[in-house]
Design a protein around this ligand. Structure first.
Ligand code: GLU
Length: 482
């Protein structure tokens, strides 16, 4: 589908503030944002807070903060539905006056009884339409006396077909739906009704949203028809799934954007990662170094590149699997590329020369910002470690001790000013090669870090300096010699 030039592209993200910004909603926001940017369109933020019981201000704040953090800036809004109650009321009164909707006074118990009876007879359950038959007089009386009621749309027995940008034609049989509730009262609209009014009033051209809303679309089209509105175009994007293909849930992974932020994922990573949840660029033929041609799939995209390359027509129908290893890999790529000073700021460490060296030595291995403390703490102090860790896989205690002692001697002879990574490499590497790299370098690295995984020994030595290096090597010799 290519958007026609006649109609300006206007899209929206319409979160309900009933929870923190969910990664699925954030991805929907991203796809809409990209589509708007690609088409010189307008991206609207609408807060769907008509469910007063479940909506909370803290969630609204979080949604706004998280969208900002991701860099998904909006052109209009935030528009809150609770600020627009009189608008919905106006349209509901119009429909009541026209007779295309009616008050329903059936109690929950009555509806449940009716439902059970229908199921027992082998029918799908739907509202029987009983209250359609009430006279104006009865309605008036009931409104005075009965506390609970809803407003229902008279749903015609027709088929509703819409063309989904991602899924093609989708048809629903409205005859199976029954008369749907669209409001509790003229001043209390329900979700589907408020969406239809807002999409019309905000001139939304394309509704791009999660697949979980497909079943709402025919309902919204019926409401549009009753109001005499046209329909926007629809595109329903696939769900995000856990690795076992179940719907993504808190049980398997964090679901809200703020959790990813707290864990130390960068906004650039999240945007890049979310773009690939359900969308892939067209494979680009490339020529590899050996001259063979191959097809490579690009995986790293800045937001600007996404604006150029994202294509709504390439969104897949199948569920998108959430792969946390890929997320970690992507985050590591972005961290690696960062300027160390900027990274130090994000890590909230003081911009001292020593700290910058630590950041520099650590950033190659950081997957998440939150790993930093654990990964870099040893620069300041080595935590207690098991002396057996000093012995390389194929080595022995004796060999390790001998190698550490030799290393100690050589290191003592290097002048402090030469304690730079490349110089240390020049001096120590030939010996490491002679003694066996694992046998020689592994114990030094463990002595310096106390950790199985850390930056290389020369990098650590450069950061901590000669004196501290010798203290740590001597300590290792003492530990192992016991
Ligand atoms: N408020 C709905 C939600 O949070 C989205 C409505 C829509 O996109 O039409 O799921």
């Amino acid at each position: 589908m290519s958007p026609t030039n006649k109609k300006q592209v206007r899209v929206r993200i319409a979160p309900s503030p009933t929870g923190y910004l969910h990664i699925g909603t954030a991805r929907t926001a991203l796809f809409n944002w990209l589509f708007a940017k690609q088409n010189n369109g307008v991206f609207v933020l609408r807060i769907e807070d008509t469910d007063l019981e479940r909506s909370e201000e803290k969630y609204e704040k979080d949604i706004i903060e998280s969208l900002k953090w991701l860099g998904l800036d909006w052109d209009e809004g935030p528009i809150k539905q609770t600020d627009r109650l009189e608008v919905y009321e106006k349209y509901l009164n119009q429909l009541l006056a026209e007779g295309s909707v009616y008050y329903c006074f059936c109690s929950k118990e009555q509806l449940e009884e009716e439902r059970q009876a229908m199921l027992a007879q082998g029918f799908g359950s739907k509202y029987s339409g009983r209250c359609r038959l009430l006279t104006a007089e009865q309605v008036k009386e009931n409104l005075k006396s009965t506390a609970s009621h809803v407003i229902r749309l008279k749903v015609p027995e027709t088929k509703i077909t819409f063309t989904d940008i991602i899924r093609g034609d989708i048809t629903f049989d409205a005859a199976l739906m029954g008369d749907i509730a669209i409001a509790k009262d003229p001043r209390v609209p329900l979700y589907n009704f408020a969406v239809v009014v807002d999409d019309e009033e905000m001139a939304i051209s394309h509704v791009i949203r999660g697949e979980d809303h497909i079943a709402n679309t025919p309902k919204q089209i019926l409401i549009q028809k009753a109001l005499g509105f046209g329909s926007p175009e629809y595109g329903h994007i696939p769900l995000i799934l856990n690795a076992d293909r179940s719907k993504m849930s808190k049980r398997f992974s964090a679901t809200s954007i703020n959790e990813y932020r707290e864990k130390g994922y960068l906004p650039e990573t999240m945007v890049n990662f979310m773009a690939l949840l359900g969308w892939h660029p067209a494979p680009q033929p490339s020529v590899e170094a050996r001259g063979k041609s191959a097809v490579v799939e690009k995986e790293i995209f800045t937001a600007e590149e996404l604006v150029k390359e994202f294509d709504i027509n390439r969104i897949q129908k199948a569920g998108a699997i959430f792969n946390v290893d890929k997320l970690d890999w992507l985050n590591a790529q972005y961290i690696k590329k960062m300027d160390s000073k900027d990274l130090a700021k994000l890590l909230k460490v003081k911009d001292t020369e020593q700290n910058l060296r630590i950041v520099e030595a650590t950033k190659e291995r950081l997957k998440k910002l939150s790993d930093f403390q654990e990964m870099a703490g040893f620069f300041v102090e080595v935590a207690e470690y098991n002396p057996a860790l000093l012995i390389w896989k194929t080595s022995t205690k004796e060999k390790t001790l001998a190698n550490l002692k030799e290393a100690e001697q050589i290191i003592s002879a290097i002048i402090s000013d030469d304690f730079a990574k490349n110089k240390l490499d020049k001096v120590l590497m030939p010996i490491a090669e002679a003694r066996g790299k694992g046998d020689f370098l592994w114990p030094i690295r463990i002595a310096l870090s106390g950790l199985e995984k850390s930056p290389g020994p020369f990098e650590i030595m450069e950061v901590i300096g000669k004196k501290e290096t010798l203290v740590r090597v001597a300590e290792a010799i003492k530990l192992l010699g016991k």
